[in-house]
Write a protein that binds this ligand. Sequence first.
Ligand code: ADP
Ligand code: MG
Length: 896
Amino acid sequence: MLDKSGFSFELLFHALSEEKVMDFLLSDPKNGLTADEANSRIVQYGPNKLADVKEKSAVKILLEQFQNAITYLLAGAAIISLFFHDVTNSIAIGGVILINALIGFFIELQARKSMEGLRSLEISLAKVIRGAELTEIDSALLAIGDLVYIKAGDMVPADGRLVNLNNLEINESPLTGESLPVDKICESLPESTTLADRTNMVYKGTSVIKGNGYFLVTATGLHTELGKISTMTQSAENVSTPLDEKLGKLTKTLIWITAAMACIFIIAGLLRKQEIYTIVETAIALAVAAIPEGLPIVSTIALAYGMLRLAKRNAIIKKLYSVETLGGTNIIFTDKTGTLTENVMEVNLIAFPHKTFELKSDFDKRKNIFLNNDVTDVENALHELYLISALCNNATLGLSTGKAIGDPIEIALLKLAYSGGIDTHNLKDEYIRVDEKPFSSDTKMMAVMVRFRDEFIVASKGSVEAILSKCSRYRKESEVLPLDGSFVKLVHKEAERISSMGLRVLAFAIKHQTEEEQEYLKDLTFIGLVGFLDPPRHDIGFAMESCKTAGVKVIMVTGDHPKTGFTIARKIGIVEDEEEANSLMTGAQLHELDIYGRDKERVMNTRVFARVTPAQKFDLVSLYQDEGNIVAMTGDGINDTPALKKADIGIAMGTRGTQVAKDTADVVLKDDSFVSIVEAIFQGRVIFQNIREFIIFLLSCNLSEIVLVVASGFIDPRIVLLPLQILFLNIITDVFPALALGLGKGDRNVMKLPPRNPEAPMLDGKDWKSLIAYCICISGSILCGVLFFEKHYANEPAIIQDMVFYSLALSQLWHVFNLSPAMSSFFMNEITRNKFVWMALFFCISMLAITGILPAAQRILQVKPLSIEIWGGIILISLVPVVLIQLLKRLLRIID
Ligand code: ADP
Ligand code: MG
C-alpha cells in the first residue's frame, strides 16, 4: 500500500532516481500494480479525468430561449395589445412566448444530452502493465504508480516519471508552446530544473512523436500540469456554424419580405381609412406569420439526431458542421490496410533465396504447416526468421487474457514465431533490448538491437526496398554470401510476384556482432521475405458501387508495395481495367513530376498511389482541393496529421489510428472500415436533405400565412387571422411535422445523385420555384374556398375567419406529403415510411380537435364551435392544395 502520508502531488520526481521513484510508488517494475491496488488508489486520489467542460446551467439555457428577435417581437405585440386594452390577447401572447421558450428549452436539453452521449464514445485508451500483463484500459482509470507504456502516436495519458525508454521523443507544444520534439531520458535531474526541461518526465496531453517507453504515473486528472491549466481556461464554447449562418440569412430574407408586405398593407389600410387598431393588429399578425419560429430548434435537433445515428453506424463526428461537408464530399483518399482490407493478417508465404514455401500456422497446436516444400535444408534460416519476428516486434499475444495487442502484422509474426517453437513470452528476458528504431511510414522499416549473453543482435523488418538498402550480405541455406546486383533484382522480382497475388510483403534481415555499435543499421544479412494474406473487406463491394453512383471518386493511397496495392484496387473495383497501367503511380514517380503544372492531368488520372510518404498525401489533398473538390482523407499515423487537417474531412481510424490522428480528425471511424466512410457520406447527405426539406416545409407554410393575411386583409379585415391563431399554427402545426421531417431516415436514392457543393446556398432556384408554387396553391385554394363559402355566411365573418384558420392548419399538415420527391411513389416514400411524421400528424390533429371542442381553448384562440357542414367544408378545402401540388409535380412535372 502506498504510504498515505508520504505521497503528494508536489513531490519532485524528476530529482529522484528511477529506483527511488519505483520504490516510492511501490510499483513493481515488471508486474506493475495489481488491479485492486490501482482501484484503491483511484478512490484515494481521484480518477484520471479533467473536469468536464463546464455545463451550461439549466437556468441559463432557459433564459437564453427568451433572448431572440422572435420573443422581442412577440413581447412588442403583447404590449401593443395591452395598449389597445386587449388584455386576453396580450396574456395569450405571453403564454405563447412561454410555451415557445419551454419547447426550445426541452429540445436543447435533449440535444445536449445526445451530444454528451457522443462525447463518452471518445474514450481514450492507455496501455498499462497490471498484474504482469500489458492491457489496455480507459485512461480515466489510471492510478498513481501505474506502469504505463507509450509509443509513437500515443497521447500521454497522465503525468509520470520515465523509467525505461527507446529513442523517446515527445511533442510538448500543448504545454510549453515549443514545437520541436523533446528528447527524453531516464536519469535524474537537479531539483531546480524547470518544467520545460524535465526531460525525464512526461506530461498528460503531450504526444509521442517517436520511439516508446515506460513511465510511472505521478499525477492524474486535475493534478497533472494540463489539469492545472485546464481549470484556469475552462469555457463552454458555442461557435456558430456555416449552417447557422445560412439559416440566419434565410430568416433575414423573410423579414425583408414581410417588412415590404407590411408597408404596402399599412399604406393601403390608411388610404382606405381603416381603424388604426385593425391595421396594427394585422401588421403584428404579419410579422408573426413571417418568422419560422421552429427553424433553429428543428435544425439543432436534426443535426444532433443525425450525429447519433452516425455514431451508431461507427462514425463519430466531432464537429456538428462537418455533417454538411460530409454530404458534399466527392473525393475519398483512402489507405488500404484495414480500411479496404480486413487487417487480420495471416502469414501465408515465406520466401528464402531460391526457395519459397506456402504455409499455414496452426496456433492452437503450435505448429507451422508447410504446404509445398521440405524445410529441412533451411532450418537455420527459418530459425533466424522466427527470431527476427519475435524480437523486432512490439505486440503481445496475451496468452492468458486471450487478447493480442498491437499491430496486426506484428501479431501475425508473433504467432508465426510462437507456432514455430519460440517462447515468445519469455524471449525478451534473455534477449535484452538495447535500442529500437521504431517503424514509421517514412522509413517503412523497424529495427531493434538486443543483447544476448555476450552477443549483440540487430533484427530488422520492413519494406523490401528499405531492408535491401541496409543489407550487404544474404543467407542462402547455410551459407552467407555477399549481396550483388543480380540478387537484388531477383528479390525485387520475387517481391513483385508475391505482391501481385495481393499479399503484403515484408523483408527480414539480421546481424550478429560482438560489440555494440552506434550506427548499427548497416551491413545486415538479408534472410527472406514473408507474404501476408490480408483479404479485401467482405462488405466492400456495395460501398464501392454506392460511391460510383454518388459521384464520389475513390483513390487509394498506400505505403504498401505498388503491386499489392494495385491487385487489391483491381479486386475491389477502384481500378476497373487491367490495361489502366497509368492508374498506378509510386511515391518515387510522383516526386519526379511537376504535379501543379505540366503533369497535373497525369496525377489526377491516377487511382492508386503506392509507397507514398505522408508529405505526398498532403500535396495530393491540396492538388485536388485547388480543383474545387471536397476531399476526405483517411489517416492513422502521427505523420498523417497535416494531411488530415488539410482535408475538408479528415478521417481517423478508431482502432488502428494513433491518438494524435484521432484528435486532429473531423471524423473517427470506430471500425476503421471504408464501408463506414460511405455510410457517413450517405448519412451526411440524408441529414442535409432533411434540413432542406423541413426548411422548404416551414417556409412554404410561413409564406402562405403571409399571403393569406395580406389577401384577406384586402378582402375583408374582419376575416384576417389573429396573431394568436398564427402563433398556434407556427408553434404546433408547423414545428412538429417539420421536426418529423428532420428526423427522417432518408432514402438510399440520395446516393444516386451527384454531391452538392457545400458553398451553395441552402435553397437553389428550383427549390424557390417549388416553394412559391406550394405557397400559391395553399393560400389560393383556401382563399377561393373561403370566398365561395362567404356568400352563405356573409354576415358572420367570425365563422369565415375560423374556416381560414382550420383549413390552413389542416392543409399545412397534409403539406408534409407534398415534400416527397417526384420520382418516388406518392403512397410509398421516405415520408410515408417515417413514423415520426405519423406521430406528429396525430399529435397536431389532436391539438386542433381540442381547440374545436374545449371551450377554454376556444376562448383563447377566439374560435367558435362549428357545425358539421362547416367542418366538412374545411376538410374539403384543406385537401385541395395536396391535389393541386401533386398534379403539378407528377403530371405536369412543373416542379420537383
Ligand atoms: P499502408 O498504406 O498499407 O497502411 P504502411 O505505411 O502502414 O502502409 O506500411 C508501408 C510499408 O511499411 C509496408 O508495405 C511494409 O513493407 C512496411 N511495414 C508496415 N508495417 C510494418 C511494421 N510494423 N514493421 C516494419 N515494417 C512495416
Ligand atoms: Mg498502415
